[in-house]
Design a protein around this ligand. Structure first.
Ligand code: HSE
Length: 345
């Protein structure tokens, strides 16, 4: 029985909790895996810990109704108000599900959550991009030293296996270029703006659908896609790319006129992230590109993302699927949990 502590109980944390509730029996029957949430610690909603397990159905219902965990029923073993670090260190959880808000510049507090968890001998799974984009080498070494696992499938393209697919199914190839559409919010906004919505209306829709980052500047300025291309480069191409090495332009400079003009020419704007390795030199960028409507990436619409891997043996392989979403990102955490249980990558 894997014992989980959820740091953060927003869209993604609740998405995972719903999946655990719905799929509990099927997961046990199909894989043997059983998971129990013993703690939830959220900076705004409050914090509960029960070594015997939290009633997830009640926790979800109460948060939906009141916005906090304050009305979660008292019981003999229930402890309230542990902060995130106390939750990592003082609970009987063996795995930390890190789904807090991250400061995009520092990656904190998520980086320190990882370090504390690894030092305490606990696995970490996360959809939080900051620590992977900013401190991949250091944190993966630390996890190895402590004999624990660090899963972050959901950091790139949510539950679409943009990291595991190349690392497992494409093993043995040299991957020389990775490119694609890696941000669901902006791809959704570009579609809706092409359909006539203003920039603000399109952004509000993307936020209401739960696609956007807590601070959507990260989406529209391209920072989120930049994080993802750095994660892909460092984990799949084994580079040591830094976020600041990546030239980055978002979609904020694109006007409705630019979008209309492209449409009239049979073209479409897409925010493309790319990393290329040539003669040992690595170059990466995030920028809007105007593509012919017939280009395969121009057909990738809405919250769907796509990523192409240019492989020396297998040729160019493209994977597409949802890049954001409550259930999709919740599911990405489940992939990591199941693979820890199976002792697979
Ligand atoms: N804000 C991100 C996106 C969420 O829109 O793609 C998933 O990383």
């Amino acid at each position: 029985m894997q014992k989980l502590a959820l740091l953060g109980f927003g869209t993604v944390g609740q998405g995972l909790a719903e999946i655990l509730l719905q799929k509990k029996d099927a997961l046990k029957a199909e894989t043997g895996w059983e998971g129990k949430v013993v703690a939830i610690s959220d900076m705004i909603k409050g914090s509960i810990y029960d070594p015997e397990g939290i009633d997830i159905e009640k926790a979800l219902a109460i948060v939906k109704k009141t916005g906090t965990l304050d009305d979660y029923p008292e019981s003999e073993g229930l402890i309230r108000d542990l902060d995130s670090f106390e939750t990592i260190e003082q609970t009987n959880a063996d795995t930390i599900v890190e789904v807090t808000f991250t400061d995009v510049k520092t990656g904190q507090p998520a980086i320190d959550h990882c370090k504390t968890a690894f030092a305490a001998g606990k696995h970490v799974v996360m959809s939080n991009k900051g620590p992977v984009a900013l401190a991949y080498k250091e944190l993966s070494q630390l996890a190895n030293q402590h004999g624990v696992r660090w899963g972050f499938e959901g950091t790139v393209m949510s539950g679409t296996p943009a990291l595991r697919m190349p690392l497992t199914a494409l093993a043995g190839n040299d991957i020389n270029e990775i490119s694609g559409i890696l941000n669901g919010t902006t791809n959704y906004m570009l579609l809706r703006m092409e359909e006539g919505l203003s920039y603000e209306e399109a952004l509000t829709e993307a936020q209401n659908k739960g696609f956007a980052e807590a601070d959507p500047t990260s989406d529209v300025e391209g920072y989120d896609a930049r994080y993802k291309i750095v994660i892909l480069a460092n984990t799949v191409m084994n580079t040591t790319l830094k976020v600041d090495d990546v030239a980055c332009d978002g979609i904020t400079q694109l006007t409705p006129y630019d979008i209309k003009k492209a449409k009239a020419q049979g073209k479409r704007w897409k925010l493309i992230a790319r990393v290329r390795k040539e003669h040992g030199v690595v170059k990466a960028s995030v920028q809007p590109e105007m593509m012919d409507e017939t280009h395969p990436l121009a057909q990738v619409q809405g919250v769907i993302n796509a990523v192409s891997f240019e492989c020396d043996l297998a040729g160019t392989i493209t994977l597409s699927g949802p890049g954001a979403g409550r259930t999709e990102t919740g599911y990405s955490l489940l992939i990591d949990l199941l693979n820890i249980y199976r002792n697979h990558l």
